[in-house]
Design a protein around this ligand. Structure first.
Ligand code: 2AM
Ligand code: CA
Length: 266
């Protein structure tokens, strides 16, 4: 199937899932359970939204694999896997802050960011009224507007977004790194959703982004947006993003940020 057809599926399913999550938000939201730590939460809306996405994709693309944050992995037979975060930025969603999104990507190969080839992706942010899309070789788009990362600036003029882990021990090290880094950049932003951070980067609203501990579904669609907008997404030592670190932006900023993170022991 052509990338454009996969993109249409990603976009349509993300939009429908975004409408469901937004409606459930208006009806009220409570924490259903905690996951890796007491602050790592899941709501009934995360589960209902993933169920909707999973069943739509099963109808439209039987045979493809699925990897979702809430319901886990299912191997397919076509070599393609849909990598889904039903609600990225769940804490924002719970608190009524607008930076949460539905993130859907389709990848070829094992559903592992260090090896997969992302073919298409959509990040739908209903509370922002923004639906971002990208396909491999087809560019990154926001509502009909092609996206481009900002031209590289020196790190001391870069607006850098990041996020903090749900695990307190990892947070302690992130705080230790953030303190000196703050003096070396224009400013830091922490909006609370990796997929939108990456989409903002693709749209030229940030100069760079880094985060430790992202899962495949947090970054699958967002990383493709950044790459298709002319940016780079990589790890600390590795050329591909890993669970340990994701660094993204224009090539020049990414190199300088990476060197600073290595020096600071991130
Ligand atoms: P979530 O909202 O789906 O949990 C927060 O910095 C961003 O990182 C969110 O996109 C969050 O996704 C994601 N994230 C993934 N794993 C995380 C972790 N272990 N700790 C904190 N944030 C995590
Ligand atoms: Ca999530």
């Amino acid at each position: 199937m052509a990338h454009e057809d996969l993109l249409e599926i990603a976009r349509d399913v993300a939009r429908e899932a975004g409408e469901l999550a937004a409606r459930l938000r208006r009806e009220g939201v409570e924490v259903a359970a905690t996951k890796s730590s007491p602050i790592d939460i899941v709501t009934a809306a995360d589960r209902a939204t993933e169920d909707l996405i999973r069943s739509r994709l099963a109808d439209l693309r039987p045979g493809d694999g699925f990897l979702g944050e809430e319901s886990g992995a299912e191997r397919g037979t076509t070599g393609l896997t849909w990598v889904v975060d039903p609600i990225d930025g769940t804490v924002n969603y719970l608190y009524g802050l607008p930076n949460w999104s539905v993130s859907i990507a389709v990848v070829e190969g094992d559903p592992d960011p260090t090896t997969w080839t992302a073919l298409a992706g959509a990040v739908d942010a209903p509370a922002l009224g923004e639906l971002y899309t990208a396909s491999a070789g087809g560019g990154a788009w926001l509502e009909g507007r092609p996206l481009r990362v900002r031209e590289a600036v020196p790190l001391d003029r870069a607006l850098v977004a990041t996020g903090f882990h749900y695990t307190q021990a990892i947070r302690a090290n992130q705080a230790r790194v953030a303190q000196p880094l703050l003096a070396r950049v224009r400013d830091l932003r922490r909006a609370g959703g990796a997929a939108i951070d990456l989409a903002y980067l693709a749209a030229g609203r940030l100069d760079a982004y880094f985060e430790q501990g992202l899962n495949p579904w947090d970054q699958a669609a967002g990383a493709l947006l950044v790459q298709e907008a002319g940016g780079v997404v990589r790890g600390l030592d590795e050329e591909r993003p890993t669970n340990r670190m994701t660094i993204a932006g224009s090539a020049g900023v990414v190199e300088e940020l990476r060197a600073a993170l290595l020096e600071l022991g991130a």
